[in-house]
Design a protein around this ligand. Sequence first.
Ligand SMILES: Nc1ccn([C@@H]2O[C@H](COP(=O)(O)OP(=O)(O)OP(=O)(O)O)[C@@H](O)[C@H]2O)c(=O)n1
Ligand SMILES: C[C@](O)(CO)[C@H](O)COP(=O)(O)O
Length: 271
Amino acid sequence: MSIDTTGSAPSGGPSDEAGGSRQTAAPAARTAVVIPAAGKGLRLGPGAPKALRELGGLPMFVHAVRATARAREVALVVVVAPPDGAEGVRELLDAHGPGSGVELSVVPGGGTRQESVRLGLKALPPWVDTVLVHDAARPLVPAATVDAVAAAVRGGAPAVVPALPVTDTVKEVEPRGDGPEPVTGTPDRARLRAVQTPQGFAREVLVAAHDRFAAEGTEGAGGAGATDDAGMVERLGVEVVLVPGHEEAFKVTRPLDLVLAEAVLARREER
Ligand SMILES: Nc1ccn([C@@H]2O[C@H](COP(=O)(O)OP(=O)(O)OP(=O)(O)O)[C@@H](O)[C@H]2O)c(=O)n1
Ligand SMILES: C[C@](O)(CO)[C@H](O)COP(=O)(O)O
């Protein structure tokens, strides 16, 4: 395993988006995973940045790296670290990384998820043709889900998202800061899906989507409502398709999610 923290391509090669001329040798698999891990985790409550919070004695992002590195198609994992925490993340990967043949790279992140993903994309070497974007906050995603997304992209779909049916009834409202919120509609639940990560893309499609949003200057404002990468790709007019997600790919967002994640991990270890 080799780890690069410079923000350039792994093994010393520069990013092709940076216009560098050196090339890294292309492995047989050409899929890379970008793991945005630079968020603060405000909804989880006070403490270290969420990706560094421990689950089963290991930082959450380490689980996400291991889970995605286990997938057959993945040759490179780029971790997008808290802006001032890249060195610490590199040291944690040195100590607890997957130890497989997968290449690892660490780059500092930005102020929004969208910015962080864009910084991760800039660190990809030229040989990558398929990119999966996976939240560090979804540490327990099964490798089979990662493989299913990668396989669908490699099979020709430009954008693939794992998703599950929605179990609650969902209301549209007129948002109010305080007081009761008027309901403006009830979408047909049969047509709704809750989307997860990793979301997989043909590299050029994802880069085009991020370039467009960055050019429009909406990155800092949360991407004008683009809370996931697929949402940005949809706005390019590119078709996005769904594959089955997995219950254990849930996102650790609030304190109760961490309790659930510990329980799922403990159950796995019992098996
Ligand atoms: N500036 C940011 C914000 C978020 N993320 C990452 O995006 C993923 C999904 O975001 P979310 O669950 O919202 O994480 P946080 O932003 O950390 O949470 P919160 O909104 O509660 O602060 C996480 O892995 C998080 O680390 C990131 O890399 N850079
Ligand atoms: C990308 C995502 O995990 C898909 O469900 C989600 O949109 C991230 O949202 P967050 O508000 O950044 O947690």
